[in-house]
Write a protein that binds this ligand. Structure first.
Ligand code: FAD
Length: 465
């Protein structure tokens, strides 16, 4: 019917931004409706964070089974049934997405299926197949996320893959070219390299993983090369010729045109915000370029009852950032004085080794004129790392020189993705290097590395000279 249905708070999109915003708004007493055109959980749960980590884990299990000879473990006939891996991965996703459904229901959030676009600043039209419905609202939170950028010379197809295609391959490729050595390309490349695929990464910049310090990405590069990967930097991907059973990718490096054959090519050159065809321009929502919506510290756009969060606003396109903004926007709508503070947003690459960073790097601090004392500690001097037979890496704790306040940290090594949380908490809570050094960390654990780096920042670590 076309009779408008009145709502209080509408959230568009049920990814980690939207579903978290909806739950928090409901907890604060709002009557909330979520509109989702696809699956609950968005990119993150369905075709992003979760399935990629499942694939990375399966690949590690396989590689470990084959490569543990140095600790005296010899397995014969280690095989991968890739359709079983895919089935298991789908099960992990299903458990989480149905969990989101349960949580929304339990919080009395209404879920409406369909694609929303704006009619005016208080009205949405939602299309679901042949039917359409108009909704009016008091407040709306836009959380429509992003999609892979498609290069004109690399139209996505059966063998020219976006990240979703690479996650859902029917087989383990013998050889795969990856265009773009950002964190998505590197993570998926590492996973397939561990499964035995020959990987060729073509990157335009002079290093892969440009978001991390060179010392960190160098470790990932070394490991990828050990697994037979080729990394070509300062290279420009030019085109692809599709054949029945593979692709031929052409690229330019060192002024020369080169060709490389492979089973598949994965194109991960960035993501585009889903803000282009939902009527935002007509209603006067302001942008800050590249389709990103301009918001204030409460995630409010220039139109006071319209909020935007997640991949469609500036900042790192990460799930935990989307969820954090979702909570802030929901609280703002409910009259709370919440505001975003991006100081302690961690970023992680689930490569080999894992890389993680939070807060300031040494270089960023110096660039802002902050005098720092850095405590560095190698994984190789930690008992647990050696017992894990995985001791490649280091931890850097960045502290303010004048008072020892922890302002940042970088970790390359096993468990970095979990270890970074302690440094994030330290930044958030105003903890000093001395506080961390004085905190008793269980032995033998990777957490001791953080304690020892704090001791190093204070000048007297026990386990390094
Ligand atoms: P999304 O998750 O994109 O959700 C948006 C939702 O809105 C979708 O469900 C979409 O269907 C819906 N929608 C869009 N338009 C409309 C409309 N008009 N009407 C109704 N519904 C609509 N981040 C991490 O933090 N850690 C990781 O390890 C990580 N790994 C990743 C791996 C891969 C392969 C990819 C692709 C991404 C990864 N990310 C990771 C990034 C992360 O997935 C995103 O940052 C996150 O999903 C953004 O959340 P969001 O809520 O803004 O949007």
């Amino acid at each position: 019917g076309d009779f408008p249905i009145e709502k209080d708070t509408i959230v568009i999109g049920a990814g980690p931004g939207g579903y978290v915003a909806a739950i928090r708004a409901a907890q604060l007493g709002q009557k909330v409706t979520v509109i989702e055109k696809g699956e609950l959980g968005g990119v993150c749960l369905n075709v992003g964070c979760i399935p990629s980590k499942a694939l990375i884990n399966a690949a590690h299990k396989y590689a470990d089974a084959k490569e543990s000879g140095d600790i005296g473990i010899f397995a014969e006939n280690v095989k991968v049934d890739f359709s079983k891996v895919q089935e298991w991965k789908a099960g992990v996703v299903k458990r989480l997405t149905s969990g989101v459904g349960t949580l929304l229901k339990g919080n009395k959030v209404e879920v409406v299926k369909g694609e929303a676009y704006f009619v005016d600043a208080n009205t949405l039209r939602v299309i679901n197949g042949d039917s359409a419905q108009t909704f009016t609202f008091k407040n709306v939170i836009i959380a429509t996320g992003s999609r892979p950028i498609e290069l004109p010379a690399f139209k996505f197809s059966k063998r020219v893959l976006d990240s979703t295609g690479a996650l859902n391959l029917p087989e383990i490729p013998k050889k795969m070219v990856i265009i773009g050595g950002g964190y998505i390309g590197t993570e998926l490349g590492s996973a397939y390299a561990n499964f035995g695929t020959e990987i060729v990464i073509i990157e335009g910049a002079d290093e892969i993983l440009p978001g991390f310090e060179k010392q960190m990405s160098a470790l990932v590069k070394k490991n990828l090369k050990k697994k037979g990967a080729t990394i070509i930097t300062k290279a420009l991907a030019k085109g692809v010729e599709e054949k029945e059973d593979g692709v031929v990718v052409t690229y330019e490096a060192d002024g020369k045109e080169e060709r490389v054959e492979a089973d598949y090519v994965l194109v991960t050159v960035g993501r585009r915000p889903n803000t282009d065809d939902i009527g935002l321009e007509q209603i006067g929502v302001e942008f800050v370029g590249k389709g990103l919506i301009k918001v204030d510290e409460q995630c409010r756009t220039n139109i006071p009852n319209i909020y935007a969060i997640g991949d469609i606003v500036p900042g790192p396109a990460l799930a935990h950032k989307a969820s954090y903004e979702g909570k802030v926007a929901a609280e703002a709508i409910s009259g709370h004085p919440s505001a975003v503070d991006y100081l302690a947003i961690p970023a992680v690459c689930f490569s080999d080794p894992e890389l993680a960073t939070v807060g300031y790097t040494e270089e960023q601090a110096k660039a802002e004129g902050i005098e720092v004392t850095v405590g560095k500690f190698p994984f190789a001097a930690n008992g647990r790392s050696l017992a894990l037979n995985n001791s490649d890496g280091f931890l850097k704790l960045v502290t303010r020189k004048e008072d020892g306040l922890v302002i940042g940290g970088q970790i390359a090594g096993p468990g970095a993705s979990d270890m970074i949380a302690e440094i994030g908490l330290a930044i958030e809570a105003g903890v000093t290097a001395e506080d961390i050094a004085m905190t008793i960390h269980a032995h033998p654990t990777l957490g001791e590395i953080t304690m020892e780096a704090a001791e190093a920042a204070l000048g007297s670590p026990i386990h390094i000279l």
